[in-house]
Design a protein around this ligand. Sequence first.
Ligand SMILES: Cc1ncc(COP(=O)(O)O)c(C=O)c1O
Length: 421
Amino acid sequence: MPAIATAHDAADPLAGFAEEFHHPYDAAGRRVLYFGGHSLGLQPKSAAKMLEQELADWRRLGVLGHHEAMRPWIPYHERAAPALAELVGALESEVVAMNSLTVNLHLMLVSFFRPAAPRNKVLIESSAFPSDRYAVVSQLEFHGLDAAQNLIEMQPRAGERTLRTEDLIECIEREGSALALVLLPGVQYLTGQSLDLKPLIDAARRVGAAVGLDLAHAIGNVPLRLHDWNPDFAVWCSYKYLNAGPGAVGGCFVHERHARDFKRPRFAGWWGHNKADRFLYDPDFEPIDGAQGWQISNPPILSAAPLIASLELFQEARFERLRAKSIALTGFLEQLLQPLQSSLELITPRAAASRGCQLSIRILGGGTRGKRVLDRLAELDVICDWREPDVIRVAPIPLYNRFEEVFTFGERLTQVLREIS
Ligand SMILES: Cc1ncc(COP(=O)(O)O)c(C=O)c1O
């Protein structure tokens, strides 16, 4: 098996990209096995240079940097658009780098969640990321509605862990004209399931509901074709698979069919105002066409710089090649887990099309065994993470993880499961 891993690495056309990242190390200076990229991506080495350029331009130019910086700050966020558009399968005018995920979700809900009886329900999944649920419940309340009556939380079938497309479609069709909004994840954060989004979006649109997507775990991880799939909006963060750093500027997609939908309510700010006379300080708001019209404030340059650096790596690596490697890398991890089946349950779907990089594992044996396994792995310099109630998430990332690292993870997990019974 180590020979297989070595051979895979030797044949990997993307192997060199691992050296473009800083790899965390332990107190003794040993490089750790990092499988936490689904939570926080590693730092591209080019991020510091990109950031230093902005700090230098700020030092040298002060306010003049808005126009005269090497990368002028006024349109700075627009540098992210080509790569973001490519990653989500959209037109450049449909995407914008701004804010953070939950803030963008609220801004989108202001525009696209417009309940009017009898259409006043929202469908989400029962294990939606809590921030999404908080946002949706607070928006329901903002409209004078009540989660107990108006929030539908779709659960997997009894004894199953992931959602079935046909069950979601059946629910959408059953609720029909009562549904104001369907909010779905691209990749489910806990199970790692990648939803078959196209038929779900079609079903929601057929019944007249708005459709939004949370792509926190999907962007940079699985193929997306948002323009063709036709949701109303999508939101994402950039600190996971996009490697843009903690709390980095997030992003938003608004479908082209809403590009000039100026009658739709939106929360406005000067950065969403027509660029040609943004600095004429016209008192009346005139939105920019497309996703940029939903911007509120000027872009956070220091938080956007690492995103630009990271997106350059994505463009160089090319997403099709990353996805092909990801399928092989995660498939290799799954293979290594096979002999451990009596000790663990893999809750992520087996089919490559139904998952991204991440595998989610439940350690069998009851009690606190799962937590103890995770803690022992950490002692052995393995970084993965824990999500309540009992899930260990492991994500080999095609941009910077190697097959040999996955192999060593398998060895260490085997050792730990033997130690902790
Ligand atoms: C699926 C999902 N949605 C939403 C969020 C919230 O992101 P933010 O803090 O950027 O709003 C996260 C954060 O990890 C997430 O994983």
